[in-house]
Design a protein around this ligand. Sequence first.
Ligand SMILES: *Cc1c(COP(=O)(O)O)cnc(C)c1O
Length: 458
Amino acid sequence: MSTPSTELEQWDKEYVWHPFTQMKTYRESKPLIIESGKGSYLYDTEGNRYLDGYASLWVNVHGHSEPELNRALIEQVEKVAHSTLLGSANVPSILLAKKLAEITPGNLSNVFYSDTGAAAVEIALKIAYQYWKNLDSEKYASKNKFVSMNEAYHGDTVGAVSVGGMDLFHRIFRPLLFERIPSPSPYSYRMTDLGNEKAVKDYCLTELESLLKSHSEEIAGVIMEPLVQGAAGILTHPEGFLKGVEQLCRKYDVLLICDEVAVGFGRTGTLFACEQEDVVPDLMCMGKGITGGYMPLAATITHDRIFNAFLGEQDEHKTFYHGHTYTGNQLACSLALKNIELIEQRNLVADIQRKAEKISAKLDTLYELPNVGEVRQRGLMIGIEIVKDRTTKETFSVQEGVISRIIQNAREHRLIIRELGSVITMMPILSMTDEELHTMVDITYRSIQEACESLAVR
Ligand SMILES: *Cc1c(COP(=O)(O)O)cnc(C)c1O
């Protein structure tokens, strides 16, 4: 017999420390305990069905308990679950690396596996740093710093936090971190004093250029989230910003690292976001959607010029001394292979584009609500900035509880979505139908409306 949900709730509160969660508040609330999933829906221990409007934290591609992915996992587990990439190879990791080389932009061809997006970022930073040292440790002795964007999010390990720009999450850890050079990111909605989107983009690129011009001999690389800064609140960049950053990196001889952990695998309407501006980074980080939302896997891919700089005799110490115990795990790699195969077979990327276009007219109706400041969308990545006042763009304080009320209302209407600060996000499962996407927006509309009406009554 299964454990009753009252006991599970008690043990959850007693034993599990949830991420990014104030546990005091959590312990006072009713937890959502998921028991199963099917297609676009999750089911809790009490049998309630919820539409998964956050793709289980931006990872799910083809739906929950997808028969073909299930079969791929079972087939692999019956062969072997795990052996190591230290001193041996395995079949799925070889096939997946070849596949990733084929589907990623340009000449990217050498894959280093890890198991979370943050690790994929750490690896990219360490490779970029060591690349210059391997080339010429004297000439590039001071190329030790990284540029990253304001409000950047690259994960929660110490190196990834070092290049992070979200003060709320990162402030407390400052003394532990290595120095980063911040560069302004084009947050057009809150930079209107500079003018339109193009003016904001030009300003940000000019600032980046001036710091590259004066510091490029100290800079190993620039790291950025291409097209959309996810965790910052779905900040959609103006057209041409990514391309502009790439051109500046080439001009001043610093490496470009694109963190596709959130935007990769179809989310923005192309398989990888870099494709939309014809950009080929020197290092690209992948995670989240790579296994279709089944297992933890991440990868960092680079090209021959960087890879070759690590070749040498044992005693030259050009080796990349880095690795994780579960690097290249067979179960995760088989799932990733099957995930990519299904994306191709089902023409999912074209379908995402079509659905994104279709839902965008529906999203415009959100502007009927006076507290909706801006609706931002790239593919199936959507952020709704909630403000007290459209003119001043002032946000609600946490104490006012409006944002948490919206999320709670949605849950009561059987939709799971999450907030990022003052931004309500919708990150649907990529295989959702038009009808399900419609429902997601409808419920979100209603949840915002109810929260703001109750505020007016108070
Ligand atoms: C989620 C995310 C990460 C971190 O990935 P984890 O798997 O949580 O470590 C890194 N970069 C971006 C852009 C992300 O959205």
